[in-house]
Write a new protein. Structure first.
Length: 603
């Protein structure tokens, strides 16, 4: 290990080469940290956190200055698009201009500039960045249509031309524009809601998964043309560089009509499994598919260890993943829009803890995740969850939960649940498990956007929230959360265009962290290391504990949080060691690192 100055943040950077196959380590045993603060009171954590909306001070983030007028926000991406070491921002706005902002920030001083429009009026609903062509630049895949239109998708390849970052629409070249209809030998525009980069077969090349919805809704229960309506698509990247539809061959050719599914390694066997969220305006069902390399097995029927039917609830709107109880197994967060009236899960959102790959238990109750659950109404057009994600906002090493609410007709206050530690909970037939305990901290973000001179008339608060992306955009050790707002354009027009937010989370005392950036070789491990897991073992007060994180191109509704992983370590005294588990299961061990440092690990 060699310590060198970081070119970006001015912090030590730890450069570690991967030890090749043959080095495997067991994850350290979990020592549960005690809940921080007085968890018996209503403000045990809130009084130690200050949240400020800094969007007005950064320009551009409220989004009215770019192209004139507020936008109908859907999706956001945080990723280093220009390759300068700082995470930039992409904002996808259906029927409005979608564009990216170059990050010019320095520690403690957020600053951005408009860098280019990537679509003017396209119905962009989900976007993901990855270097699929392995040329050193992050490309953007835009899933278009959503619940508002039939539209072709767009692949924007990124190239450095004379020192400038240039995006080019090369969708037709790679045959990714829409739904392939074999009898017509042509592509048909779909109603795509998300684009997810992944390497499902661990061949080192990035593949692509598209979640499809249904538009118009009248087609939800029948087939249109000569192909399925709303069938998701898994595209495999071949050795020649092209993409082919392997959905049927992989066993995923059912009509799912899904929203914001989650790829995660459920059984810790080194490949990514799939949880599909199938809302379908109250239809369902959900699915859990286990990856066997090139084919998938439907494990939905046996997924819940208490025998509950995971095809319910049928109001599930999106999903996200994290190792919520830091036991080394990725869990699932399932967001429920309406109050279920049938089935086993009628309390609201679901926190499905993964019991060593055997199945799930729902820990939302003891975790206080539905305190309260705001269900909205069953007509969908009223209020309930839309935007949703999970990320460690208070940097204590436990993932937090953001719930963005609203409906096509009006906005609704959002929910924020911050972790305050772990508790032990006994589950029938399973035993005792650590469970994260959450505090409802929604009041920290429940206030209207500050009005800026020269801006258009501000719409009434609350807003209609969609994607939320989390990062430390200025590298000062404090996290920001970008919240994309705006409702449907249809029938509402400019009346549903709303300002974005950029919430800054300051914690007292300031927690520690480590930033980890992984790079694959493109042969064994994909270049962005998507699917990799990170375990950071720390010591605090003489007691060791381990914090787990993962590298993903998506998490929740239309959100990508960036490939540089900022892992919260709370008030740790030192980092004992860092372990990386690469796609396929190979492990690399790094020695101790400095607190608040940058760590680059290459395979």
């Amino acid at each position: 290990m060699i310590l060198i100055p970081s070119l970006l943040w001015g912090l030590p950077a730890l450069i570690g080469g991967c030890r090749r196959p043959g080095i495997t380590l067991d994850a350290p045993s979990l020592t549960d940290p005690a809940p921080t603060g007085d968890t018996s009171g209503p403000h045990s954590l809130i009084n130690r956190i200050t949240v400020t909306d800094v969007a007005p001070t950064t320009r551009w983030m409220q989004d009215w200055e770019h192209g004139g007028g507020f936008k109908h926000g859907r999706t956001c991406v945080i990723a280093d698009l220009d390759g300068d070491g700082r995470d930039d921002v992409f904002l996808g706005n259906p029927f409005d201009e979608s564009y990216w902002l170059r990050n010019l920030s320095t520690p403690g001083a957020l600053a951005f500039e408009p860098a280019g429009s990537l679509s003017d009026g396209a119905v962009v609903w989900g976007t993901s960045a990855a270097d699929f062509d392995e040329d050193g630049d992050l490309d953007l895949m835009m899933a278009n249509g959503g619940f508002e239109s039939n539209a072709f998708n767009a692949l924007m390849t990124n190239e450095n031309v004379g020192g400038a970052t240039v995006f080019t629409n090369e969708t037709l070249r790679y045959h990714l524009q829409g739904i392939w209809l074999p009898s017509r030998q042509s592509f048909w525009p779909g109603a795509s809601v998300s684009a997810i980069w992944l390497d499902y077969n661990n061949d080192g090349a990035l593949d692509l998964y598209i979640d499809e919805s249904v538009y118009p809704y009248a087609l939800a229960d029948r087939e249109a043309l000569d192909g399925p309506v709303g069938r998701n698509t898994l595209f495999h990247r071949t050795p020649t560089g092209q993409f082919i539809d392997v959905t049927v061959a992989a066993g995923l050719d059912h009509n799912a009509k899904t929203h914001w599914s989650t790829w995660f390694d459920f059984d810790n066997d080194g490949d990514l499994d799939l949880f599909e969220v199938a809302y379908r305006w109250g239809g369902g069902p959900n699915h859990l598919f286990i990856n066997h390399g090139t084919s998938f097995e439907d494990r939905t029927a046996t997924a819940m260890l208490d025998g509950s039917d995971l095809t319910y609830p049928k109001e599930t709107f999106s999903s996200a993943t994290a190792d919520f109880n830091n036991d080394g197994w990725l869990d699932l967060l399932v967001f429920n829009r309406g109050q279920p009236e049938e089935g086993p899960f009628q309390d609201g959102h679901m926190l499905l803890l993964n019991v060593e790959g055997q199945g799930f238990v729902d820990a939302a109750g003891p975790a206080m995740l539905n305190n309260p659950f705001d269900p909205g109404y069953r007509d969908h057009t009223s209020n309930g969850v839309m935007g949703s994600t999970t990320e460690d906002l208070n940097l204590d090493g436990i993932a937090d939960v953001f719930v963005g609410n609203g409906g096509p007709s009006s906005g609704w206050p959002n929910n924020l649940y911050l972790s305050v530690g772990m508790i032990e909970v006994e589950f029938d037939g399973v035993g005792t498990l650590p469970v994260p305990l959450f505090e409802n901290a929604s009041e920290l973000i429940d206030f209207p956007a500050a009005e800026v001179d020269g801006a258009p008339q501000y719409p009434p608060y609350p807003y209609r929230t969609h994607a939320a992306c989390v990062a430390d955009l200025d590298g000062d050790g404090i996290r920001e959360m970008l919240v994309s707002n705006g409702g449907l354009n249809q029938g509402l027009g400019r009346g549903s265009a709303e300002p974005n937010r950029l919430f800054r989370f300051e914690v007292d005392p300031q927690p520690h962290f480590v930033r980890v950036l992984l790079k694959g070789d493109g042969e064994v491990v994909n270049v962005d290391a998507i699917g990799s897991r990170i375990a950071v073992t720390v010591e605090e007060g003489g007691v060791q504990r381990t914090v787990y994180d993962l590298v993903s191109s998506h998490n929740g509704f239309g959100a990508q949080h960036g490939y540089e992983r900022m892992i919260g370590l709370g008030q740790a005294d030192r980092i004992v060691g860092i372990e990386v588990t690469w796609p396929g299961g190979e492990r690399s061990q790094l020695g101790s690192a400095e607190l608040d440092s940058n760590v680059l690990v290459t395979y």
